[in-house]
Design a protein around this ligand. Sequence first.
Ligand code: G3P
Ligand code: MG
Length: 240
Amino acid sequence: MSFQLPLVLGHRGARAVRTENTIEAFDYACQNGILWVEGDIVLTKDGEAVVFHDDTLDRMAENATGRIDGYTLAELETVTLKGGGKIPTFAAVLDVLKKYDACMNVEIKPSSPELGPATAEKAWDVVRAAGLDDPDRIYFSSFTWNSLDRLKEIAPEMRRGVLVEEESGDWRAAAERVDAYSINYDQDLLTPELIKEIRARYRLMIWTVNDPARAKAFREQGADSFFCDDPVAMTKALNG
Ligand code: G3P
Ligand code: MG
């Protein structure tokens, strides 16, 4: 069987339904039949891989502030998140996936660009330690393209997605260099011409699409996958 990207991925687990990037969010998605989830990997001060989106704790934490890379893993274990839940280790999230035979788009999200290669290395170590070094189950992506350069060196068999946002530089050159499988684009920056150009050469994954009508329109233009905050609702809408 050949590898196929899923139509819907649970963005940060299922951030519209459970606190983003928590065990509860990944568990909720998987339990409800979403077998591909997306989460953001960042390093703690002591070099451990945790799943968290922002550079700082300010937006998400109830009882801590400041840069996440200023905290050790042990310190982060005392942090509680607004809306409930804790910041999980990447290994703990992979345990949830294993329970459900689920798959993950592992977004390497270094807290500073120079940490791109080290964050990728650590994420790959954790994936291997979990026994999930399977290109059909783990899919890497990053806005910090030096992470993808490193992954190409250390895990060439794993597919790579080049994430693109407004401030991104020359994604075409990056995609060529890292031998990308997909381009993962901001929905608000896409045009029909761009979609056509990307699909001529790569798969196209789009974030963050929460409007089923928009997803349907993108799909008709050839998009492959959507990152969705409520992946259960989106799946129902697209299948209905
Ligand atoms: O990987 C898709 C999406 O997660 C990228 O944006 O900021 O939610 O990590 P962000
Ligand atoms: Mg992300």
